[in-house]
Design a protein around this ligand. Structure first.
Ligand SMILES: [Zn+2]
Ligand SMILES: [Zn+2]
Length: 270
């Protein structure tokens, strides 16, 4: 299996996962043209995809959806709640288009396993201020837990820890540095939203979750969804490095940071 981060952060998120002849995106949160360009730069295209796994209905995760529905026949895997929310938004503008969206939807539930071509995946619930938010464990029939993805969560939960700890590779939100957030440009109400238990994970919380996951199985981590305004890659990395040192695991685990809009090869073969 190969995994490539295409876009990361509040301006848009997308991850490409490929196993054999099957490739799927986790989220499509940038314009269709930017997404297509990024896919082409790594030898893929919307036509080579088999499906899209959607974490939740915020625009930084679904911005390309209208054009994807227009230009492809791809199935869209997402929660019933997010599907209904997106359907409602589309139907206010164009009922026929909303019906087209509905025909692509394959609803998925936390704790169950699904297949998209050769990929096998299982959603798990994340605490976030959307109608529903899922992380995913993704793998193949032979190994269902090669990758764990948790991109938007306000706090560590038992479900998230369990799901990620069972995987060898994890893509984990490391959204903000609390000091930069406090002293940064965001209004108070937005700051409160971000640091709430249904907002986004700070570097420290992310490092604690990584620590818990490393105690089990994780060997490779990609810090994801960093805020451009309220974080720095070096701060996120040093928090994770400190957490690993505290476990004496600094030489056993590879940690990197996803670039906001440059493809980043995370898992090259597994
Ligand atoms: Zn979100
Ligand atoms: Zn997001």
């Amino acid at each position: 299996m190969t995994v490539t981060s295409l876009f990361s952060g509040s301006s848009g998120n997308a991850i490409l996962v490929r196993a054999g002849n099957c490739a799927a995106l986790v989220d499509a949160g940038v314009s269709f043209s930017r997404l297509t360009q990024a896919l082409r730069s790594i030898g893929e295209s919307p036509e080579t995809l088999s499906g899209i796994l959607i974490t939740h209905e915020h625009s930084d995760h679904i911005a390309a959806l209208p054009q994807i529905i227009k230009h492809t026949d791809l199935p869209l895997f997402l929660s019933r709640e997010s599907a209904y929310e997106i359907y409602s938004q589309f139907s206010r503008r164009d009922e026929a288009f909303a019906a087209r969206f509905a025909s692509r939807v394959r609803t998925v539930e936390a704790g169950k396993s699904y297949a998209c071509g050769e990929l096998v995946f299982s959603p798990f619930s994340l605490p976030h201020d959307s109608v529903c938010c899922y992380g995913y464990t993704i793998g193949t029939e032979q190994n269902e837990t090669i990758l764990g993805v948790a991109t938007d969560l306000g706090q560590m939960t038992v479900q998230a820890r369990r799901a990620l700890a069972g995987c060898e590779n994890v893509i984990l939100e490391s959204n903000h540095d609390p000091e930069l957030l406090k002293n940064g440009p965001y209004p108070r109400v937005l700051q409160d939203r971000i640091r709430s238990p249904y907002g986004h994970l700070s570097n420290q919380d992310s490092a604690a979750l990584l620590q818990a996951a490393v105690r089990m199985r994780v060997k490779n981590a990609l810090l994801f969804h960093l805020s451009r305004e309220n974080n720095r890659p070096e701060l996120a990395l040093s928090c994770a490095a400190e957490a690993l040192c505290a476990l004496g695991a600094q030489n056993d685990v590879r940690v990197s940071v996803a670039a906001p809009d440059t493809p980043c090869f995370f898992v090259t073969e597994s």
